[in-house]
Ligand binder design. Structure first.
Ligand SMILES: [Fe+2]
Ligand SMILES: [Fe+2]
Length: 492
């Protein structure tokens, strides 16, 4: 062949290969599966008529191996697989090993000499072959193998074009996988039970999953896209979230908390919220409706209250005075707590503590409890044993969410250490103990007992005034003082 002719044929081949490259580029846009892309690419390449065999291998879905997914030509080349990350491996054909382990394009001038009969080259006759690694972001994602008749020459231009094909295939592979991953993510988002939303820098919804709309009573997410998150909260609550949540979010990058959501129909519901700041200034919001959970918690609390009331009633069968006293201390402690602006949870703790604080009296003979007149030392000791007995014999093993056992054990302790049974002082008296202790004294003095009349209002005010800050917590004392003074506590 004369030089000019050879050149012409070479150009023709390159042009036909360029055509194949364009075709592969179109395939990348159209293909939705990596196998389909590989098959069509093999078909496009074989049409260039320059190649005997073509095989394309891709990284599998889990990303742990590379193996052939499509081939065209005379030989089946599907029977090899490379574990990733690739290590030098004697069992691999040398040609594959070069491309995979070193990510280098390999041109094999004589397959028989080079591979000594590997499955790529085992058809006896010597051929030329080119292995082009497919890399995406410097990661190996596959190998393109082409085999040529030995009489067919190959030049730099063709090798470069094969590299281009390799890059296109790698890009196509990645697009398909990213697309697949996106599809899976959006299925996951849409099937989530929690509301998930993405908001832009202006704190407006740009995406909401179905659950997010549904939780707030909207028929579709579309109704909320473009709106500010504040439409899903009452004004005051939105201000609170702004104050507590948003400031935290922009300072620390996230916020977790509870809030009260506003449904489309105007009703509200308790929710758990998690906000996460996005790098571009937007945020992700995950919302969970906790109505059910709150209901269960309330039911559980109600059972605690009923249990405490029942226990107190058991005591009341024998000792109605103490039962009434416990009931009134419970209500008084709750009232004091309300004036201290405690939350519902803490108020319930005080109520239960009041309800059970004298339960130890169940172990003391009725004759002593109701004995008129002076008590002997032994009798006093017995009476004074009620906090310890209530604690040790009845409540110690219980597992209330509030320190009920402690309130029982220490309700006769005083700030100055003059109380019993442990003679605790100052800070050793817990907040609950301080409330129950002072309420206990006021209630006991304001009612008549079988063995004595109720004390006068003035006497109670004296005891409180004298004990303020010495025996009793000053804040609790002030509240009780005012209540007695203003006639808010009934006297027998
Ligand atoms: Fe007591
Ligand atoms: Fe008491």
């Amino acid at each position: 062949m004369v030089g000019g002719e050879e050149k012409e044929i070479g150009l023709e081949r390159l042009n036909s290969l360029r055509k194949a490259v364009r075709k592969i580029n179109q395939l990348i846009v159209r293909s939705s599966a990596t196998k389909e892309l590989a098959r069509s690419a093999c078909a496009a390449l074989i049409e260039t008529r320059g190649y005997m065999d073509i095989a394309i291998s891709f990284r599998d879905q889990g990303g742990s191996t590379i193996s052939p997914v499509a081939h065209r030509g005379r030989h089946d080349r599907r029977n090899w697989e490379v574990e990733l990350p690739p290590e030098e491996d004697d069992s691999l054909p040398r040609c594959v090993e070069q491309a995979v382990c070193h990510k280098r394009q390999v041109l094999i001038e004589n397959t028989v000499d080079y591979c000594q009969g590997c499955f790529h080259c085992r058809h006896g006759k010597a051929h030329r072959s080119v292995l082009t690694p497919l890399t995406y972001k410097e990661k190996l994602v596959g190998v393109l193998f082409v085999c040529l008749r030995s009489e067919r020459s190959i030049d730099e231009g063709e090798l470069e074009l094969l590299k281009e094909v390799g890059d296109d295939l790698a890009l196509g592979w990645s697009n398909i996988l990213v697309e697949k991953q996106n599809r899976r993510r959006s299925i996951a988002m849409e099937s989530a039970v929690d509301g998930i939303a993405i908001l832009n820098e202006e704190e407006e919804y740009v995406y909401l999953n179905g659950a997010h709309a549904q939780i707030y009573g909207y028929d579709s997410s579309e109704e909320l896209v473009g709106k500010n998150w504040k439409v899903l909260y009452e004004e005051e609550e939105a201000e609170r979230i702004e104050r507590e949540g948003m400031s935290d979010l922009y300072r620390r990058g996230y916020w977790r908390g509870e809030a009260t959501g506003l449904r489309k129909d105007g009703t509200t519901f308790p929710q758990e919220v998690a906000l996460t700041a996005l790098e571009d200034g937007g945020l992700i919001c995950v919302v969970r409706d906790i109505t059910e959970r709150e209901r269960t918690a309330r039911q559980l609390q109600q059972s605690f209250v009923e249990l405490a009331e029942t226990t107190s009633r058991v005591l009341g069968v024998r000792d109605p005075y103490t039962q009434q006293h416990e009931q009134r201390v419970a209500e008084l402690a709750r009232e004091v707590g309300e004036r201290m602006e405690l939350d519902e949870e803490e108020l319930l703790g005080l109520y239960l503590g009041g309800m059970l604080h004298d339960i130890g009296k169940i172990a003391i003979p009725e004759t002593i409890l109701t004995k008129p007149g002076e008590l002997s030392d032994i009798e006093w000791d017995m009476i004074r044993s009620h906090p310890r007995r209530g604690h040790d014999e009845i409540l110690e093993e219980t597992d209330f969410p509030w320190p009920v056992a402690e309130m029982t054990l220490h309700h006769h302790e005083r700030l100055d250490g003059s109380g019993y049974p442990d003679g605790l002082e100052g800070e050793e008296l817990s907040f609950e103990v301080r409330v129950i202790g002072a309420c206990d004294v006021v209630e006991a003095m304001s009612t008549r007992r079988p063995y004595r009349a109720a004390r006068s209002k003035e006497r109670v005010l004296d005891v409180l005034g004298e004990g303020r800050g010495i025996k009793f917590d000053p804040q609790v004392t002030d509240i009780l003082f005012k209540m007695v003074e203003q006639g808010e506590i009934e006297f027998d």
